[in-house]
Design a protein around this ligand. Structure first.
Ligand SMILES: Cc1ncc(COP(=O)(O)O)c(C=O)c1O
Length: 405
């Protein structure tokens, strides 16, 4: 509280957009990226669907469930530029990555390529597959900070060998918030006979997507982050000719369904046992709601978030006296900055907790493998205001000063 008084020159009044979310108005919430946040009208819609389900569970699952699921899938497919037959719902991107990795058959000596920016959970899935099959995980070292997307392409392509079967690549990296030059990477990998599995956890809603244009063999993305759907909504896209190979993690009724009106791929992923499917069914509502907030719809929203991320990054770079670690065109609505040396010997969780406990700030602090050892990752969503990043800068400066910096 004492600290808050010292910071009373900041106008931390929530923006009018923040009232559309149930986010705590007292918290300076600069971490949309980790788990997203779902607006109140979308949550209300989910509650209606849940009431409909619980009122008559049999009617819901035998008559209403599939048309609702198919309609949601169609809307999402249109949003990401895909044919509805090539996309299925999964609860999250981790599940999407696991479904592909655990479906493909690897042999001893096969190589699976990834990068040092890969998200830990997905890297664990890769290591698990490698340990079971004798395949080897090859890690391309992408420098950070970096000057151009070309450095990513070079680092990845350099590690391709005749044994490389698959590359697992982020669309937007978690720790470093970099947009990977995917189209170029996919093309160059394809030319070398390597399939690509893209972890697009952050991309839907942050970047305009056209999945066939990207050309990846497999692409998974979350709807609960930047599309602001309820938690547990994500998708897996698989190129048509690869679909027979890709099975869900849970084998259920779809495996021997006599139906011929849908592909086995669709039938298997549609039903993985009884679950609450309402997060999937809210995806069209989330797309429509977020798209209605500004006159220019989704394009304007993405642009506005991007501009705010750039402005906030610039401001924080000046406050912390650090250099931006990548060019502007390599970030979307998240940005990462190095934390000055004075704080870099502290545990990242301790800094994160202190920012929350003393200043009511939620922001991601990321440990990095090399210097700079610690990064701060900011997110910019429509409910954020530039004043909030100024406040973060002041709070970080205070922690730095206390650490003798
Ligand atoms: C790059 C990346 N991949 C995967 C995930 C995992 O997402 P989920 O927990 O929804 O599966 C995240 C989450 O932040 C991420 O940043």
């Amino acid at each position: 509280m004492k600290d808050k008084e010292n910071f009373s020159d900041f106008n931390l009044q929530p923006s009018s957009f923040k009232n559309l979310w149930s986010l705590d108005p007292k918290v300076t919430f600069l971490n949309h990226g980790s788990f997203g946040a779902c607006p109140i009208p979308v949550l209300s819609f989910q509650q209606q669907l849940r009431s409909q389900l619980e009122q008559e569970p049999l009617r819901f699952f035998t008559r209403e469930w599939e048309p609702l699921l198919d309609a949601a899938k169609s809307k999402l497919a249109a949003f990401v530029g895909a044919d509805v037959e090539d996309l299925v719902f999964v609860p999250n991107a981790t599940t999407g990555v696991n479904a592909v990795l655990r479906s493909l058959i690897f042999h001893p000596g096969d190589e699976i390529l990834t990068t040092n920016h890969e998200y830990n959970a997905c890297r664990n899935a890769l290591d698990f597959i490698a340990s079971r099959t004798g395949a080897q995980v090859i890690v391309a070292e992408i420098p950070f900070p970096l000057d151009s997307p070309q450095q990513i392409v070079e680092a990845v392509i350099e590690r391709v060998s005749p044994q490389t079967r698959l590359a697992l690549l982020d669309h937007i990296s978690s720790q470093t918030a970099l947009i990977f030059p995917l189209q170029q990477l996919v093309q160059q990998l394809q030319a070398r006979g390597v399939e690509t599995l893209v972890d697009g956890a952050h991309a839907p809603g942050m970047l305009p997507l056209n999945l066939p244009e990207i050309g990846a063999t497999y692409y998974t993305g979350n709807c609960h982050k930047w599309l602001c759907a309820p938690k547990g909504a994500a998708f897996l896209y698989v190129q048509r000719d690869k679909q027979p190979e890709i099975r869900p993690l849970t084998i259920s009724h779809g495996a021997n369904s006599p139906r011929t009106d849908k592909s086995r791929f669709q039938l298997e992923f549609d039903w993985m046992g009884t679950d609450d499917p309402t997060a999937y069914m809210c995806v069209p509502e989330a797309i429509a709601f977020l798209g209605s907030l500004l006159p220019g719809g989704w394009d304007e929203l993405r642009q506005r978030n991007h501009q705010l991320a750039l402005q906030a990054r610039q401001l924080l770079c000046e406050t912390l006296e650090v250099l931006p670690p990548c060019p502007e065109e390599m970030i979307g609505s998240m940005a990462v900055l190095p934390i000055p040396n004075a704080l870099s010997n502290r545990n990242f969780l301790a800094i994160r907790d202190e920012l929350f406990d003393r200043f009511n700030i939620q922001v991601q602090i990321v440990p990095w493998q090399e210097t700079p050892k610690l990064l701060v990752r900011i997110s910019a969503q429509i409910y954020n205001r530039i004043e909030e990043y100024k406040y973060l800068g002041k709070a970080l400066k205070e922690l730095i000063a206390e650490s003798g910096g």
